[in-house]
Design a protein. Sequence first.
Length: 698
Amino acid sequence: MVRNIFSLCFMCTVRCPIKVEVENGQVKWIEGNPHVPGMEGSLCPKGVAATALLNDPERIQGPMIRVGPRGAGEWQRVSWDRALNLVSSKLQEISQKYGPRSIVWGERVNLATHVNKTFMKLLGSPNYFSHDALCKGSINTACRSLFGYTDPEIGIDYKRTKHIVLYGRNIFESLEIRPLNFLLQAIENGARLTYIDPRVTVTATKAHNYFMIRPGTDLALNYALMHVIVKEKLYDIKFVERWVEGFRELEAFIQPYTPEWAERETGIPATKIINLAREISQDKPSVIFHFGYRGASHPNEIYFRRSILMLNALMGSIEAKGGLFFKKGPKEVGGNPPRKLTEQEGLPKIGEVRFDKVGTEVFPLPDPNHGLPQVLPFAILNEDPYPIKAAIFNRFEPLLSIPDRRLTERAFEKLDLIVTIDIQWSDIAWYSDVVLPESIFLERTDCIQQVNGLKPQLFLRHQAVPPRYDTLPAPIIVKRLAEKLGFGRFFPYESMEDLVKWQLEGSGFSLEDFQQKGFVAYTDKEIWWDRENGLKLRTPSKKIEFTSSLLEKAGYQSFPPYEPVMPAPEGRYRLMVGRCAQHTHVSTQNNPYLSELVPENVLWINNREAERLGIGDGDFVEVSSSCGDACLKAYVTDLIHPEAVFMLHGFGHTSPFASRSFGKGAADAVLQENRSDNVGGSPAFDDTLVRVRRAYKR
Ligand SMILES: Nc1nc2c(c(=O)[nH]1)N[C@H]1C(S)=C(S)[C@@H](COP(=O)(O)OP(=O)(O)OC[C@H]3O[C@@H](n4cnc5c(=O)[nH]c(N)nc54)[C@H](O)[C@@H]3O)O[C@H]1N2
Ligand SMILES: Nc1nc2c(c(=O)[nH]1)N[C@H]1C(S)=C(S)[C@@H](COP(=O)(O)OP(=O)(O)OC[C@H]3O[C@@H](n4cnc5c(=O)[nH]c(N)nc54)[C@H](O)[C@@H]3O)O[C@H]1N2
Ligand code: SF4
Ligand SMILES: [Mo]
């Protein structure tokens, strides 16, 4: 008999609602949840490939302990008890010798993050960090500086927009299904799409306006757009007068940044900049300057992301249909959100400085809920602010996701313990001392997903089939480890169903309520705040702070002068990176289906530059930066700006147990220098200059 199970995909972080058809313990079919607007049967290639992951014999099949030298690949398969006994005794030993702060937990934010943060608190360490800064930390800081809200608290009303501007937000390839389907609906209804990228992506091919901008100069474009908008009074005067703090300061600041000035910096003709400002303001407030998904790109990132958000405020597109909105939670309609383990009484407060010094005068502004992963190698190597001796990585691949892989590897040599919770043989699993395999999303029920938005809802990832191998959900692994360490009582569940029930207590919903459609809603009406008087801004002034108290109190300017981006010296190029529709970051390159669709990455290089360097399409090239070098095939094309080269992130794996991805293509992390936007907190992933030359032998 076929059973339909509503769940959440996890082939990437987007967590699309899905319907899984199961027969005799086998997954027969997966499609977008038909009850969820925007999904309705849709699935991306990675979602489809979930069945290949489920049945992949190259997954980690049980707990593993390293028996040879680190990284040599000599493993012993052991019982869960033995693996967790080893981890707990090592953690206790290290904690006694160096203090609990010498232990870090790094993960990509997930539904069980509250479980893992609780574990670290009970351990007594301030050093939980997430991937957030690597993805979009500077966007987070920019949003807080203007609105007092973080970026996940701000939504985008794609469906009703009349004009959307995307700065390298390659939404047709680096996709999220629902936003993309809503955007397609808007375009069918006549919305316009402007796309800005030094590279012609699939999104560029769908755009009404496309600008091949000089890499790293988007901030100059935005200052010129503001110049035109203010000079020609194209802004929403009523909205700006009511809600903006610091408009006069902006007006004075942008005087020198004319479209003609921006043309020289960006390469975009002044007339096109003027036309865009005029065109988009006709559709205000139903317009979107997209503030980005990944915003870990350049050293001036926070100011660039602030400028995008300011353009929205000038258009009055904040809390406007077809623009941006503040996401509403259950409390907005008098409901109770699901509980989190972090809210329990009796958890210790930890006052110590974090390993990354977030929250001190070194990094006053980045979000301490997430921290700065890219600081980890420096903290370990320099024992600054103190020694770090153990690291637990969960659903996070530091070797490929933190810039400058060699530096990270050198640092990890100093660790006494590396534990990895993963589903497959990632490079970091291969390099660990203990590997704890998690059941994949089709095999596990997960913590409740609270989805705030115009209508607050709760979703559930529901187990579809039994685990194929000796694996467990991470919250069960953590609970068992906590028991061995003597604080198991803070994990009041035996199974994932127990944990979900505990979370739902007091919310008015039960586990059974999710069976029919996979989600429950606190209301069926959209909630919008009153634009005249009802914006609940969380800044000290209760306004949108163009002049930012957050920045200025920390000693930074709200409007620092623009610093030009110098052309790279002869023979050097700005290395840009990104994703494709067929892969998730560093996770799917070994998937049996997806590894066939896109088996390796190539280096995009402008045809005129390639000709000068004697490089032909398909030739092997050697790419080198100040911190590493790599070899991959060239893709010679006029679809990329001559100052840039581009490669997909996610390749160049070194773990031999993942045979399909082993040695395929090259890793961007080997080439990227570990340098950051120190104000906003993100590394500057697209700021490294590389040399390229033809390689005669691979
Ligand atoms: N298929 C797929 N979809 C995904 C993901 C995935 O792994 N796979 N991951 C999800 C996640 S976590 C994220 S963060 C998002 C990322 O989604 P996007 O932010 O859309 O990111 P990228 O794929 O990194 O594409 C970045 C683009 O920026 C361009 N670029 C580089 N430098 C500049 C510049 O100076 N100016 C401008 N204007 N453009 C520039 C690059 O050429 C590239 O096309 O995707 C999400 N969706
Ligand atoms: N060099 C470089 N670094 C980058 C980027 C870049 O473009 N270049 N992009 C940045 C961005 S935007 C992001 S969002 C981050 C993403 O950074 P990461 O979180 O490191 O990347 P992912 O590929 O999402 O997944 C990491 C690990 O999670 C494992 N995994 C997958 N599913 C599960 C699961 O269900 N349970 C467990 N326990 N593990 C699982 C995968 O096997 C993989 O080893 O990287 C950032 N870092
Ligand atoms: S975008 Fe694709 S891989 Fe990501 S959650 Fe949705 S269906 Fe799954
Ligand atoms: Mo990301």
